[in-house]
Ligand binder design. Sequence first.
Ligand code: ZN
Length: 517
Amino acid sequence: MMASGAGDGSRGRASDGWAKDVTAATDLMSIRGLEVRGESAIRIGDAELGLARTQDGDRVVILAPDRCPALEGLEGEASIFQGRRLLIGPTNPRNLSALRKLFPWLAPRILGLHSSFGFGDRLGSATPGHVRALRAASVPLAPIFAQQSIREMERTGRDATEVLNDAAWGVFAAGWREGYGADADHLKTIADVDACLAAGYTFFTFDPGAYVDGSADSQPAHSVRAALEDLPWKELDDDSRRMFDRYLRTVLDFHDRSLRFDEDGIARAAVKYGRAVAHVAVLYRHLKARGADAEVEVSVDETETPTTPAQHAYIACELRRLGVEWVSLAPRFVGRFEKGVDYLGDPSAFEADAASHAAIARRFGPYKLSLHSGSDKISVYGALARQAGDLLHVKTAGTSYLEALRTVATLDPGLFRAMYALARDRYEEDRASYHVSASLERAPSADSLRDAELVSLLEGFDTRQVLHVTFGSVLARHGERLRTVLRAHSEAYEANLERHFIRHLAPFEMLRPKTAP
Ligand code: ZN
């Protein structure tokens, strides 16, 4: 079933109906030599389960009477503790699927129109820190803990299932029982959709960016009219005459603005986004045909030219006409959304733009207005919340990776120096598919810095971008050591993530329901 529109009940709390039969576990915490995370420890029936940190990584721990049904399907080393069976097992897919049968909140779910926040995690170990920030900020945003694009999966060497499972283990470790989504981000092909469907994602972000013709905004009118005739009209189930008829008759009235289409504007919108619309319809029909319980986002954010309000309205009208349903849409907003740094542009121009896009999203959905490359765009979050209200979605990803690097800069300066040097070597090549403007001249080598000064590299505009876009190269060479350091210092890593994401989440406090005086 597709979640869409208001009135499907999806605005309820994610945890409704769950967590009735479980209570906090206490006996697990008293097993000597086992460092069970307090938030993870849970009691169901007469079994206690939790996640322990060990030198070799996390282990799932179960303490239960013999033949307790909770033990079913779990594997690990068994012993006897105070007359009960103690099982200590790996955090592997088999144990995860056994736990998901006991605790349904370990599987991702549909979020519908609930405002949401994407915590992309390239390392697969940030979820407990994200949960801490979410709890501390107490904002009404449903989290998406698994969110990775195909490009990121290729560069981190993790597949769709690993990304999903890592997030689920993080959810278990942190004792998060409020539900979460899983975003198969920036899917471009049917093969991408299939890979993420098989893994169990719930949120599918379709990216038809390769089919967007940004030149349509600046071409002379006669070239636009010529290009119009070349659109895939059959796939669009349309022709140019019918299209003009539909739009030229239309004036869209919003409560505080109206939108009228003119012939040139429609032609440019169709040439720019027509093929993209057709491609989204292809991906959508494929997803529907597979009968998946999934929701859809449409994203055209990774393109050169901003999506005008009229173009956004065109995309929404056409997708609806073709039977596509979606819960959020990411236009390309005005200004620059570069990786790892705050918004570049005039925040008031962004707010005016967001106001128009939000009005369209309410009129043609309602659906959520989605802001991508949201890492560190803290100066425009307030504007987004004011304009989109409780119909918004934000995606972040690389900024969590930078918090991992901040942790390493303090705790293993030698490793950080090696990673930064490699990042500088790789920057010119690795930046190719990203929106960044850092220059290596402004990101000098770390040779002249004392160890205590290394962390300042996480504050500079250029150095942040250099570190941000080179994650694939850096993880390929230093990933194992980086993960070992983070495991050994998980408290410091989580504290850094918590502090950093409280800043990201605070602007959304205005979405909290007002309590009656
Ligand atoms: Zn994006």
